[in-house]
Design a protein around this ligand. Structure first.
Ligand code: PLP
Length: 384
């Protein structure tokens, strides 16, 4: 018998409380009990999104929400800007292109961040004239870099453009003050720090977002957010189509757990565990891909694969030993491995991952100092 413990940047481990909640009998989605559940969940989602804006939930993958965030607010021909620091920013710009928007791609160097200054420069230039929206990936899961949403928000407000954030792998793991930082649209999905299985995605939409929505001409049916809002505002709240009721039972329990821990404490835990892990990785003698602490993600860490070692052998060793980690994506395939430390994760999970890293490299003929790594990692954990 083998476990397959998830230390991937999504899907993540699901707490047993959440699984148990999903074991309950299904209810119909056009009855008052479902309305009460949806209302309760929506209020808790506003807490984790840190917003008074409308929050909508759909059955779907994060990529569905990426598409929804384009078709609901823009029209073919609209000029929009994307901060691209990895796979997911690239994907978002591609979706925009498919719907006939004109994306301007900023950045492009994987492992670096796009800054508020980069965006300000673009929006102040001739090329950036008439840009209607700025799209930012909060946590670039393919590299382990995160963006400074607050300062980018100030620039978006200065230039009066719609500000859209992909928080799929960051919401709840990394602070995202939707209202305070002026973020008009935030999207996320269930299978990351929300500790729920894959299958739900979410949108928060500001007043300005709804104004854009009224003008937006991109075709949409399933992802029609205005239609979803109408259903949510009924005396008995509902979804326009059949919702993923079982996943919503689980999500409700996960949100209870997050509320109980307190959002600030959840952020602190992620930061503490990422520092613990980064310290351990360096003490093992491995190279972190993102060296700058200021942009290093509290949710996912990328580790460079040394010359002569096959990345697939390392991820394979992990799998055979009951832990799943991820390889590199796109241009980083074979060059890095990625460890997710988000959601339902604690210091023992980090410690076990460091031990397994040591064993995996040893199996490939590269001896690492696991004992030193564990000592340093736990020291950081205790002092953070
Ligand atoms: N955006 C980011 C930052 C992600 O990490 C992911 C998935 O890992 C997605 C979007 C796409 O989500 P999904 O795989 O659920 O479509």
């Amino acid at each position: 018998m083998k476990s397959s413990f998830l230390m991937t940047p999504g899907p993540t481990q699901v707490p047993s409380q959440v699984s148990l909640a999903m074991a309950q009998e299904i209810i119909h989605h056009r009855v008052p009990a479902f309305g009460a559940l949806l209302k309760d969940i929506t209020e808790k989602l506003q807490y984790v999104f840190q917003t008074q804006n409308d929050v909508l939930v759909f059955p779907g993958a994060g990529t569905g929400a990426m598409e929804g965030a384009i078709v609901n607010f823009f029209s073919p021909g609209d000029k929009v800007a994307f901060g691209i620091i990895g796979e997911f920013g690239s994907r978002w710009a591609k979706i925009a292109e498919i719907f006939g928007l004109q994306p301007i791609r900023l950045g492009g160097e994987w492992g670096k961040a796009v800054t508020a200054q980069d965006i300000d420069l673009l929006l102040s230039s001739e090329a950036g004239k008439d840009v209607k929206g700025v799209f930012i990936t909060h946590n670039e899961t393919s590299t382990g870099v995160y963006s400074d949403l607050k300062s980018i928000g100030e620039v978006c407000q200065k230039h009066n453009v719609l500000y859209l954030v992909d928080a799929v792998s960051s919401l709840v793991a990394i602070d995202c003050k939707t209202d305070l930082w002026g973020i008009d649209v935030v999207i996320t999905a269930s299978q990351k720090a929300l500790m729920t299985p894959p299958g739900l995605c979410f949108f928060s939409v500001s007043k300005k977002g709804w104004e854009y929505n009224q003008e937006a001409k991109c075709p949409r049916y399933y992802w029609d957010l205005a239609n979803a809002l109408k259903s949510l505002k009924k005396p008995t709240p509902e979804n326009p189509y059949t919702p993923a009721v079982t996943l919503l039972f689980g999500l409700n329990e996960a949100l209870n757990m997050i509320k109980q821990e307190g959002l600030e404490n959840v952020f602190k835990r992620h930061l503490q565990l990422s520092k613990m892990f980064r310290t351990g990785v360096e003490a093992l003698g491995l190279e972190l891909m993102v060296k700058d602490e200021k942009i290093a993600s509290p949710a996912v860490t990328s580790i460079m694969i040394p010359e002569g070692i096959e990345a697939g052998k390392i991820t394979g060793f992990f799998r055979n030993n009951g832990i799943v980690i991820a390889g590199g994506q796109g241009q980083l395939k074979g060059r890095i491995i990625r460890v997710g430390h988000l959601g339902y994760v604690d210091a023992f999970d980090i410690s076990n991952t460091l031990i397994t890293l040591g064993r995996a490299f040893k199996s490939q003929g590269k001896a690492l100092n696991t004992e030193a790594a564990l000592n340093k990692a736990w020291e950081v954990y205790e002092h953070e």
